[in-house]
Write a protein that binds this ligand. Structure first.
Ligand code: PRP
Length: 207
């Protein structure tokens, strides 16, 4: 198999498949996949597999996948080493700091607790601001943590803003923009220069 590609399941899946199709690849099997996780495109000699975002980086770092598609949010949270080669400009959202309207954490004195699925990103953000903050790792529905009194605020991703709005939270700061990225294993980048270079070129042409 000449190239193996780790795709992130869920939100990014559809948009990634659309980009690959536009570039002339045939990931059609991915569209009616059921519970299957590995797909072979014989004509282009590509093996695709579907994994969770953070695992996509793991597979690429270990060289099991040459290429991965993953959100910048996951890349920022991870300490793993891969080349980030292309912004796919889909899956756009932003990292934000939010809280209940009557609890502006930037004006608060004393101990502050922040809930996040991205503890490293959250710690880094507050460290840069010299704020002493305790970060609590939350696995999902992060917006609940200030409502239930577990935390004073959250660091999370916001796409449409609906989840924040419907749960009465307000944005206090936008940390940065996020979108899906193409990542490449460092060794593959050298060993499969031609295949990977060709692949990136075709994807680049359609975004
Ligand atoms: C993400 C994120 C927010 C929401 C933002 O959660 O953590 O909760 O999406 O999207 P919006 O701005 O369009 O409302 P996800 O849906 O991945 O679920 P989770 O909380 O279970 O992780």
């Amino acid at each position: 198999m000449s190239l193996s590609i780790a795709l992130t399941k869920g939100r990014l899946e559809e948009e990634t498949v659309r980009i690959f199709e536009k570039a002339g690849y045939d990931p059609s099997e991915l569209k009616n996949k059921g519970r299957k996780l590995v797909f072979i495109d014989k004509s282009d000699d590509i093996k695709y597999f579907l994994v969770k975002a953070a695992d996509s980086i793991t597979y690429v770092e270990h060289g099991v996948a040459d290429i991965g598609v993953v959100g910048k949010d996951t890349i920022m949270e991870s300490s793993q080493q891969c080349y980030e080669v292309l912004d796919l400009k889909v899956g756009r959202c932003g990292f934000i700091v939010a809280a209940l309207p009557d609890n502006n954490i930037f004006k608060k004195v004393g101990h502050i607790k922040i809930g996040s699925k991205y503890p490293n990103v959250a710690k880094e953000y507050f460290k840069k601001r010299n704020m002493d903050v305790e970060v609590v790792k939350i696995e999902g529905s992060v917006e609940l943590s200030p409502i239930l009194g577990l935390c004073d605020g959250i660091v999370d991703i916001m796409e449409t803003g609906t989840t924040l709005r419907e749960n009465g939270l307000v944005v206090l700061d936008r940390i940065c923009d996020i979108s899906a990225r193409l990542i490449v294993n460092k060794a593959s980048f050298k060993m499969k220069q031609q295949e990977i270079g060709g692949f990136i070129k075709r994807i680049k042409a359609v975004i």
